[in-house]
Design a protein around this ligand. Structure first.
Ligand code: NAD
Length: 257
């Protein structure tokens, strides 16, 4: 098992949204390995149950089907965690949606500017409003303990604009600036709020991307490969450690691309 420096995760209570797949799964399992109790939030019961078993090999865990873009669903899900775990110390705002593509199609080339106004708002509802609703639901409990670690999974596209469609990029930019706003507001309450900006990561979100996209990213990447979910989870755990003097930052995980 990977041994980290002592991040003092033992006994901490964590929520990971989108915890049933990809980056969320990796964050949840690594937090559990570190001794944190983990609540997996996500839309679909099946993937959550699969990750639940993996987490329970190391620590206490629960699965809560919910929708981060729905205020009532967020409130009910967080209250289940408070009921079972007694509080929340860590929130990984990871749930997100990207443009669905036909197998083998490039998002940037084929779909740029094709979303309707209604579709555009769906990206904001999950990728930005979802963080807002989750933050507001857990922060009162974090303030009670004068401790909280919030990690928002944004995207390197928040800085570069390349390589997706405008609503996705806009939602990730919103996630980054919102990170800074929450960091400013709640630093005095012992709560840190940071964003991770992944480059292309090999997860179900990229399952239909063409091999040429993987090759292109690999060729642009000094470290010579496409990222894996664990590459992101390692930074997430670092940002969840007890003794942390970093807040309001957006840190890229791109292999240097
Ligand atoms: P993924 O599709 O495996 O994970 C997204 C998860 O979010 C899924 O489990 C999904 O069920 C969940 N989800 C979506 N909408 C939800 C909602 N309304 N309520 C609750 N859960 C919801 O893909 P991933 O790559 O692991 O994505 C995780 C995060 O990383 C996303 O925010 C994504 O935008 C971001 N990201 C991914 C990449 C990449 O290349 N894979 C790059 C940069 C950022």
């Amino acid at each position: 098992m990977t041994k980290y420096l002592d991040y003092k995760l033992e006994g901490k209570r964590a929520i990971v949204t989108g915890g049933g797949t990809g980056i969320g799964e990796a964050c949840a399992v690594e937090l559990a390995k570190g001794g944190a109790s983990v609540a997996l939030f996500g839309r679909r019961e099946g993937p959550l149950q699969n990750v639940l078993e993996k987490c329970r090999a190391y620590s206490a865990a629960m699965a809560v089907p919910m929708d981060v873009s729905d205020e009532k669903s967020v409130a009910e899900a967080v209250s289940k965690v408070i009921g079972d775990f007694g509080g929340v110390d860590i929130l990984i705002n990871n749930a997100g949606i990207d443009r669905k593509v036909e197998v083998g199609e490039f998002r940037f080339e084929k779909y740029f500017g094709t979303e309707s106004a209604e579709e555009y708002m769906k990206y904001l509802a999950v990728n930005a409003l979802g963080h807002y609703l989750m933050n507001n639901a857990v922060i009162p409990y974090m303030r009670e303990n004068h401790f909280g670690r919030i990690v928002n999974i944004s995207s390197v596209l928040a800085l570069s604009g390349f390589y997706s469609t405008p609503p996705y990029t806009a939602s990730k930019g919103a996630s980054l600036t919102q990170t800074k706003a929450y960091a400013q507001r709640y630093g005095r309450d012992g709560i840190t709020v940071n964003a991770i900006l992944p480059g292309m990561i090999d997860t179900p979100m990229k399952a239909d991307s063409p091999p040429e996209e993987y090759d292109m990213v690999k060729s642009m990447t000094p470290l010579g490969r496409v990222g894996q979910p664990l590459d992101v989870a390692k930074l997430a755990l670092f940002l969840c450690q007890e003794d942390l003097f970093i807040t309001g930052e957006g840190i890229s995980v791109t292999g240097g691309a």
